[in-house]
Write a protein that binds this ligand. Structure first.
Ligand code: NAD
Ligand code: DAU
Length: 369
């Protein structure tokens, strides 16, 4: 009989998490999940990691090249909306900790294909909660950590900022599906006492982000001399956070947070889109020697996104006070690091731009459903 991990804490105490955990990560082949695994797997050799990922267009096995052969890492291609497959994976692996990243994550795609978002984000989260309830919840110190977004709060007025009790007011099918998932997670805490925690994070950027999102798209287009499409007038404000800071924040909540609680995560770095794109032009100009004026000429104003939230702004004082987390990276330095990464990692960029990574997945894992 497995005695479970040696946390030395009672279930729900929420601190002192130590070693020998079975850690199930969903969506670990995507942007944030793969950064989380690359930071965690080599540094936690006595924990075992299982990455469940459907390998959608947003997943790239190249993101995991550095860890896939490590003995404490396993991968399984699986759709989290498939309850039978999820239940089987949980019954085999018996996770102590679930870190749930998997989601359809791009707002523009949710406007075109909302059904995919309901399946992955709502049904998928429900199936994971059910499997966790059946196979994990009774394990000492078990925890379901749900990774969510600040978009559930909708657009914030004036100079107010989102706190954890701000009323949910999602604007897109993406944010509505994440809000529904958050509600399910919270309901499982209140109804079944399932040990859960939720984090709602602002916009991430950094290496390995798929270039459909603002920052990587603008970096690559600027490097390639292509148009830089800004929706509407470019006045929408987002709060930017380097991806490694987000991953650290998740560990801070896992180790020092409390069950049933929600924590906002943000970079204290509000920028209008126009400002972000101008800064990217300046950094790319410095790095490549291209005159900045030539890069700024690439800026093109295009039709606005329907239901486009004007401003997101996070108050991250709860996670700072209760879990001791604050972001370590400044926007200017981390953006420079990100631009350099996209310049250097030509094989990754070419694989994504050409669609080669999709063919690689089909050859090795079969067609995408
Ligand atoms: P991403 O789109 O880069 O990666 C998502 C991953 O989930 C992919 O590997 C994909 O294959 C997998 N996936 C999708 N549907 C699946 C399914 N049905 N079954 C199994 N796997 C599936 O997303 P990301 O930017 O890394 O975001 C990860 C999480 O963080 C999401 O839950 C997102 O809502 C949240 N989040 C993202 C940001 C951001 O700025 N990117 C900010 C706050 C919160
Ligand atoms: O706030 C957290 C959210 O941040 C996450 O939950 C989402 O998964 C993530 O995709 C991101 O959502 P956004 O919609 O804010 O990110 P995106 O990069 O798509 O857009 C950022 C801003 O830039 C937004 O105001 C729309 C604008 N934009 C975006 C693109 C892709 C443009 O002006 N032009 C573009 O081409």
């Amino acid at each position: 009989m497995d005695a479970g991990p040696s946390y030395g804490v009672s279930p729900g105490a929420g601190s002192g998490r130590k070693s020998n955990m079975n850690i199930l990560v969903t969506g670990g082949a995507g942007f944030i999940g793969s950064n989380f695994l690359r930071m965690s797997v080599p540094n936690r050799p006595s924990d075992s990691f299982l990455n469940l990922d459907k390998l959608t267009y947003a997943a790239n096995p190249a993101n995991l090249a550095g860890i896939e052969s490590l003995p404490n890492y396993q991968f399984e291609r699986l759709d989290i909306a498939d309850g039978k497959a999820v239940g089987e994976a949980f019954s085999r692996f018996l996770p102590d900790l679930v870190v749930h990243f998997a989601a359809e994550s791009h707002v523009d795609r949710s406007i075109r294909s909302p059904g995919d978002f309901v399946q992955a984000n709502v049904v998928g989260t429900f199936q994971l909660l059910e499997a966790f309830r059946t196979h994990s919840a009774a394990r000492p110190g078990a925890l379901f950590h749900h990774v969510s977004t600040d978009e559930v709060y909708g657009s914030v007025e004036g100079d107010a900022r989102f706190v954890e009790t701000t009323r949910y007011d999602p604007s897109s099918p993406y944010s509505a599906s994440k809000a529904a998932a958050d509600h399910l997670v919270r309901a499982y805490w209140r109804t079944y006492g399932l040990p859960v925690r939720i984090t709602n994070c602002s916009n991430n950027y950094g290496p390995y982000q798929f270039p459909e999102k603002l920052i990587p798209l603008m970096i690559l287009n600027a490097l390639e001399g292509k148009p830089l499409p800004i929706y509407g007038r470019g006045l929408n404000v987002r709060d930017w956070l380097f991806v490694e800071d987000h991953c650290d924040a998740i560990w801070a909540v896992v180790e020092r947070g409390k069950n049933g609680e929600t924590y906002n995560i943000g970079g204290n770095c509000e920028r209008a889109n126009m400002e972000v794109v101008n800064t990217i032009c300046e950094v790319v100009a410095e790095e490549t020697g291209t005159p900045v004026v030539e890069l700024k000429k690439l800026i093109t104003y295009v039709e606005d996104r329907p239901g486009h939230d004007l401003r997101y702004a996070i108050d991250a004082s709860k996670i700072a006070a209760e879990c001791g987390w604050v972001p370590k990276h400044s926007f200017k330095e981390a953006l420079l690091e990100t631009v350099r990464w996209y310049r250097q990692e030509r094989a990754w960029v070419d694989g994504v731009r050409s669609g080669e990574y999709l063919r690689w997945v089909e050859t090795n894992y079969g067609a995408r459903s």
